[in-house]
Design a protein around this ligand. Structure first.
Ligand code: IVH
Length: 703
């Protein structure tokens, strides 16, 4: 085949694949079959391999195959990603309307209503119609760049339909949008990453019930450093707002435009009064189980953009919109017993064992009581009838005791004087979960009520087992370890089984497991043995930060681990560091430094690390954070082609000079370096009055 012919075929394949994708994911047309879609993709991939010069960034074949990252790069949002205030009752909705009426006494408005999806907020940026940046919300101002991962989500278009061929826009609206598009290079849409209930059920079946709920699983999948893992999770994406002004005058027009551009989006239900809104909400509540996704309410907003914008923002949320949520689900049951679990750091947590009861479609039989203070606050006794609640997330909580239901046989609960697992001494200690990230919390929720939740927000005093060899600590420690190594085939049940069978005594033993060890175990077999061994092998290599985190050092969450890795660069340097050096690192306080120092002074820890390295764990050293240089603290964008440096070399040069490499220009950018054939960034830098440097000026600056 000649290049010209291949080119024609490739163009046709891309169009056909994009059309099928749109029909399947955006129009939800079940007639499209996976086989046809896969087959066209295979042919495209083969042709692009033969003719690499015909590759392009928006080709559907570019969805997968990206390299695993060491960590996510932070990105600043062009405009803040807000959140929503909640209402749980019609009265609260009336109050909201009254507040708006006060501010907009002379306006008339309507309401645009839509489903509120229970997923993870993300922003997608397109330049000239091509997907260039996908980011998480983060703190609303700065999120993480997860572009590679979001590319794998089939519902996300890699190229927008700027000719609006597909949507059903009125001619007038279409003209308005087309004329706005002429003046717009960059388009930003925001929406929710989701997992369909059926895809979640499939995954969880495959992985023996490892995941707590679709939302956490979707959020975890987006934050995978390896895009291939994200790709395997079958995520979905739904748009809910168009940030860029494309001439929309109402929120419902915004949705129509999003659809015409190629995004999956629901149509809004437009309501004239709150009474109509309530009707819609009741219908959604009744139909809740029939939707493909988890929803936790509806979003109601003032439809007219001008009024909406005038209403402005209060706190973190726009005044003109509100989440009208379904009431938390509650049920009553009886506490049969209160047991005490021992966590990874030896913390003793009381857990209520209850008569199983269904709350919002999930059977609940246990709930953490967090600590003795919480037990006193609730006034709960063994035998009590209690109200349990499952709010937005799935962790069930005991919210109230019904004392009138008491028979007099209820028993007071006391915390044990010895560790219930090893009979070791217990003492009071501070447990911090400071700086643990969402993924950390995810592992907490995964182990279902294993760790006291009230300690989740900043920590507190807990009873802890002092025995270093306590088997319970060890078990949870191994759980934490495999999570940090992302060996997802090994869940808590399997760890416990391996321990019982004598296959492992500590986490390092995992790396010397062989297929023959696992295969003969009842309920395992060849396939699962293969899977486990393969995933262990795939995860032998680990970044220094993750490795430090995996060790489960008291007070060291993911962020602290990153700080330590960036300061020391190698594990050897960290193990031999003095207390003073650790304590001197910004962001690391005295208690944390002490804990880190003591951990590495302990010969058990050093032996354990040595054992890991001998078992084939490869720790990648970290690039040291540059703490001085001419670009210290400066954000630098490079656009166009530089003569003396490749893009990677330029990146490295910026880093070495202490600067931060950023990919898009915003008002926080300090320098824009402009090479030949610069893109739109140069113009943007000009309009924002950001200092522009030629290549020569840049080189001089970093000399
Ligand atoms: S509009 C001002 N519409 O809920 C923020 N949000 O609790 C714009 N969400 O951060 C939100 N479905 O992640 C909007 N149909 C929907 C939504 C939705 C889910 C999420 C979104 C937001 C969070 C607020």
């Amino acid at each position: 085949m000649q290049v010209a012919e291949a080119k024609n075929r490739i163009v046709k394949l891309r169009e056909q694949i994009e059309d099928l994708r749109y029909r399947y994911h955006v129009l939800d047309d079940p007639k499209v079959t996976d086989e046809v879609y896969d087959s066209l993709n295979r042919e495209l991939k083969a042709l692009e391999t033969r003719f690499p010069e015909l590759m392009s960034a928006d080709s559907p074949s570019q969805r997968i195959g990206g390299k695993a990252l060491d960590k996510f790069v932070k990105v600043k949002h062009d405009s803040r990603m807000l959140s929503l205030n909640d209402a749980f009752s019609e009265e609260e909705m009336q109050d909201w309307q009254t507040r708006i009426k006060k501010l907009e006494a002379n306006s008339k408005w309507t309401y645009a209503c839509e489903l509120k999806f229970d997923g993870l907020a993300t922003s997608l940026v397109y330049e000239d119609g091509i997907f260039v940046l996908g980011a998480t919300r983060g703190d609303g101002f700065v999120g993480e760049n997860v572009t590679q991962n979001l590319r794998t989500v089939q519902a996300i278009p890699l190229r927008l339909d700027l000719e609006l061929k597909r949507g059903k826009l009125s001619e007038e609206l279409k003209q308005r949008v087309i004329s706005s598009l002429k003046k717009t290079k960059k388009i930003e849409a925001r929406g929710e990453v989701l997992m369909k209930k059926k895809d979640f059920a499939k995954l969880n079946k495959l992985e023996h019930g490892k995941y707590a709920n679709p939302r956490n699983t979707a959020a975890g999948a987006v934050r995978q450093l390896d895009p291939n893992v994200t790709a395997s999770r079958k995520l979905f994406w739904q748009a809910y707002s168009l940030v860029t002004d494309l001439g929309q005058t109402t929120h419902s027009e915004e949705h129509q435009i999003l659809l015409a551009l190629g995004f999956p989006v629901q149509q809004t239900r437009d309501c004239l009064t709150l009474q109509e809104v309530f009707k819609f909400k009741n219908w959604v509540a009744k139909s809740r189980d029939k939707f493909d996704f988890e929803i936790d309410g509806i979003v109601v907003q003032v439809n007219e953009r001008q009024t909406f914008n005038r209403l402005g923002v209060v706190g973190k949320a726009p005044r003109g919109s509100i989440a009208f949520k379904f009431a938390a689900k509650k049920a009553t049951t009886i506490i049969e017993n209160i047991i005490v679990q021992v966590g990874r750091q030896g913390n003793l947590t009381p857990v209520a064992i209850m008569q199983p009861v269904e709350v919002g479609g999930v059977t609940v039989a246990r709930a953490s009581l967090h600590n003795i203070d919480e037990i006193h606050r609730l006034g709960v006794k063994i035998g009590d009838t209690v109200v349990i609640q499952r709010a937005g997330d799935v962790i069930p909580q005991i919210v109230e005791v019904l004392p009138k239901m008491r028979s007099g046989k209820e028993k007071e609960f006391y915390m044990p004087k010895k560790c219930p697992v090893c009979q070791g001494d217990v003492k009071k200690a501070m447990i911090t979960t400071q700086k643990t990230s969402k993924t950390d919390q995810r592992s907490i929720t995964d182990s279902r009520a294993a760790v006291p939740r009230s300690l989740g927000e900043g920590g507190g005093v807990a009873l802890v087992c002092t025995n270093r060899h306590c088997p319970a600590k060890n078990l949870r420690g191994i759980g934490h370890f495999v999570n940090a190594f992302e060996i997802y085939t090994i869940g808590p049940k399997i760890i416990s089984r391996f321990k019982d069978e004598g296959l492992i005594s500590d986490a390092a033993d995992i790396f010397t497991l062989k297929k023959e060890d696992i295969e003969p175990l009842e309920r395992f077999g060849e396939k699962s043995a293969d899977n486990i061994i393969a995933s262990i092998d795939q995860h032998r290599k680990i970044s220094l930060a993750k490795f430090i985190y995996s060790l489960g050092i008291l007070h060291v969450g993911e962020e602290t681990a990153i700080d330590l890795a960036e300061h020391f660069g190698t594990i050897e340097k960290l193990t031999s560091a003095s207390f003073e050096e650790i304590d001197s690192i910004p962001n690391i306080g005295g208690a944390v430094a002490k804990s880190v120092y003591e951990y590495f002074q302990d010969e058990h820890s050093l032996k354990f690390i040595e054992k890991l390295l001998k078992s084939g764990v490869k720790v990648e050293s970290e690039k040291l954070k540059v703490k001085s240089g001419p670009l210290l603290g400066k954000k630098v964008v490079v656009t166009g082609i530089l003569e003396s440096l490749s893009r990677d070399e330029a990146k490295e040069a910026v880093r070495k000079a202490g600067g931060d490499w950023v990919s898009s220009v915003s008002k926080n950018t300090d320098y824009v370096v402009v090479g030949s054939e610069p893109g739109s960034k140069a113009g943007k830098a000009n309009s924002l009055e950001i200092k522009i440097l030629s290549e020569a000026e840049f080189l001089k600056l970093i000399e």
